[in-house]
Design a binder for this molecule. Structure first.
Ligand code: ADP
Ligand code: GLC
Length: 470
């Protein structure tokens, strides 16, 4: 089968979160299974661009409303990622340092989608499926079906994977002229709540829709940032397929970011050595359990609850644990956490920023990973943590519910709590501190987790079956 993935992120080319990890891994496993998987994404100014070689494969001329632009599609030359990688260059619009966060993100990603469809229209053959990811690519199924100039693409099957329905790609109707001329009888497909909504449009127009865990698919029918009724109505075409992890990149025995490697047998010694590195660097006490948080500091991740939960646990449980936070996001959350860390007397350290290498050392060296998410469509952190023998402390929602069993349940290994509130987090932290006092049980849980299989094999097959059904 030939699959064209369209995404705003792909690791290691450009990653802001889990979307990048998934689009960097799934096509690799699809290619290894004998299929042709291609990824097309915007050409940002990233290290990967400068460290690899590319060939120009297509140049086109198209328009975003009244603005006509030249786009160039380049292809990575040496199969560095294990699949075909294509980057779309639109001068001045996509070639920037960051992936998101510009005032003209709507223009950037709509132009990207137009360029992708325009390029696809120039192919001499059709791929078997176009697989689009999140709202930055979700207008593509509509364009392929209903825009006059791309009518010959209408029979190519499309799949939309929703990694996060909180972000939907809203566009006011006065900018509707950005979208290439379409059959106006179909305008309703673009609209949700009086504006153009790329994600809602993708849900309606893609042949099939997937979400990245089963529980998240259920939850979307009552909590989808305004799209609940749509998910209820379209439930017949929606499927939950749990993400996998790239077990070649994320393996404590070979991880290139780690100085101290370990496997299931040597986990205790290996983790301790990595913990020493962290404790030394961040001035923490190696004797205490190390509880880490890695991720975007936003409300969706429950990051706004951390400062109070940490303060409360010092007060109620005592200074019996260390906290380490790696992340960046809303400034009010960052400031609050920095204040608590300054006052915390060496029990709590925070690193504001994005640091891939440090994240790997934390998965390896921490004893626990805390994820108090309000919304977690899948979550990769807990799966990485478990592969590295680190006990996840999670709010049971979305993919966290589907992947973490509480250690109080038969064959369990993690710590689960029900509500994204300070009281529940503090109680879960108390359980973690108690658990840490039982080294034999900790060792047993680490072994259980490290034996779990979160590889892509099963999920990849589910995607292939879904494509085949189209
Ligand atoms: P999301 O995509 O919602 O942010 P996921 O759990 O799916 O959440 O994936 C997050 C990914 O981003 C993981 O690979 C995690 O290690 C990584 N990550 C998040 N924040 C940082 C950071 N500040 N530094 C390094 N890696 C980070
Ligand atoms: C999103 C979700 C996260 C998921 C990731 C990859 O960013 O927030 O839960 O793991 O996409 O699918």
């Amino acid at each position: 089968m030939e699959i064209l993935h369209v995404s705003a992120e792909c690791y290691p080319v450009a990653k802001a979160g889990g979307l990048g990890d998934v689009v960097g891994a799934l096509p690799k496993y699809q290619t290894a299974a004998g299929h042709i998987a291609k990824v097309v994404m915007p050409m940002y100014k990233t290290k990967f661009l400068y460290n690899n070689q590319f060939d120009v494969v297509h140049k086109g001329y198209t328009n975003l409303g009244n603005w006509w632009f030249i786009y160039t599609v380049i292809k990575e030359r040496n199969n560095a990622l294990g699949f075909d990688l294509y980057l779309v260059d639109i001068n001045g619009l996509l070639d920037r340092d960051k992936i998101y966060g510009y005032d003209d993100d709507s223009e950037r990603f709509i132009s990207f989608q137009i360029a992708v469809v325009d390029w696809l229209a120039s192919w001499k053959h059709h791929p078997d499926v176009v697989h689009v990811h999140d709202h930055q690519a979700a207008l593509i199924p509509f364009m392929m079906k209903h825009c006059y100039r791309y009518q010959h693409l209408r029979d190519i099957p499309t799949v939309l994977t929703i990694h996060n329905a909180e972000y939907q790609g809203w566009l006011s109707w006065d900018k509707s002229y950005y979208i290439p001329a379409w059959d106006t009888w179909k305008s309703g497909l673009l609209e949700w709540n009086k504006s153009i909504n790329a994600l809602a449009c993708g849900v309606r127009c893609a042949w099939k829709v997937t979400t990245v865990s089963w529980s998240y698919l259920e939850e979307l029918r009552w909590a989808a940032n305004g799209l609940e009724a749509l998910f209820e109505y379209e439930k017949g075409k929606c499927y939950g397929i749990l993400n996998g992890i790239d077990t070649k990149v994320w393996d404590p025995a070979t991880d290139t970011y780690l100085e101290n490697h370990y496997d299931i047998k040597s986990n205790a010694a290996g983790k301790t050595k990595n913990k020493e590195i962290l404790c030394k660097r961040f001035g923490l006490d190696i004797e205490k359990p190390l509880i880490a948080f890695i991720g975007r500091l936003v409300g969706e991740k429950g990051a706004d609850l951390l400062a109070q939960a940490i303060g409360d646990s010092f007060y109620y449980i005592g200074r019996k644990m260390n906290f380490l936070i790696l992340g960046s996001g809303a400034s009010y959350i960052q400031d609050g956490l920095e204040r608590v860390s300054i006052l915390s007397d060496g029990d709590f350290s925070i690193f504001i920023g994005y640091d891939e290498a440090l994240s790997h050392v934390i998965y390896a060296g921490a004893d626990f990973i805390l994820m108090p998410s309000r919304v977690e469509p899948c979550g990769l952190n807990q799966m990485y943590a478990m592969r590295y023998g680190t006990v996840p402390i999670v709010r049971a929602t979305g993919g966290l519910r589907d992947t973490v069993k509480d250690f109080g349940d038969p064959d369990g290994y993690g710590i689960r709590f029900s509500n994204a509130i300070v009281g529940d987090i503090t109680h879960a932290l108390w359980r973690a501190v108690q658990l840490y006092q039982e080294p034999l049980l900790m060792e047993e849980l680490r072994r259980r987790m490290m034996r779990l299989d979160f590889s892509w094999e099963t999920s990849m097959q589910q995607y292939l079956d879904l494509y085949a059904s189209l």
